[in-house]
Design a protein around this ligand. Structure first.
Ligand code: HEC
Length: 117
């Protein structure tokens, strides 16, 4: 194999391996002014999606999980969201070991704003 072909193969492999990094789910940038955005981006977006619209979370849960849905908006209270984030619910693990109480509070408020938009 010529060195050019070898190089091309390596580059192709690298781009395939790196592709998921660039396609990673990001939080909707128009929400970036809201407090809690950074925590959501760090701890929630990989399952709940850029606008709370489920995807991964829906695949893991037995039912659709959409944090921006009217159903969620009409029933969610910041106290219960805080509780779910801290202690978990169903297939979602609690995050009180990873997030500070302040972060849990701000991300819970952020989630409520997602559904009120
Ligand atoms: C590893 C994936 C994962 C991560 C990370 C994650 N969640 Fe979840 N979340 C889920 C799943 C799955 C459910 C559904 C749980 C069930 O009822 O079975 C869920 C449920 C919820 C619910 C309840 C929704 C409802 O309608 O009952 C809230 C609120 C929530 N998550 C908020 C958050 C927040 C805020 C974060 C970040 C701090 C977060 N989640 C991080 C997977 C995740």
């Amino acid at each position: 194999m010529s060195w050019k072909l070898g190089l091309a193969t390596i580059l192709l492999l690298l781009s395939v391996l790196l592709l998921p990094l660039f396609c990673r789910e990001r939080t909707d940038p128009s929400l970036s002014e809201l407090p809690g955005f950074a925590v959501y981006e760090r701890a929630c977006v990989r399952c709940h999606g850029g606008r709370g619209q489920g995807r991964k979370a829906s695949n893991i849960a037995e039912r659709p999980v959409d944090l921006a849905s009217p159903a969620f908006r009409d029933t969610a209270r910041v106290e219960s969201i805080r509780d779910i984030v801290a202690r978990g619910k169903g297939k979602m693990k609690g995050l009180e070991g990873t997030l500070s109480p302040g972060e849990i509070d701000s991300v819970s408020r952020f989630v409520l704003l997602l559904s009120r938009r």
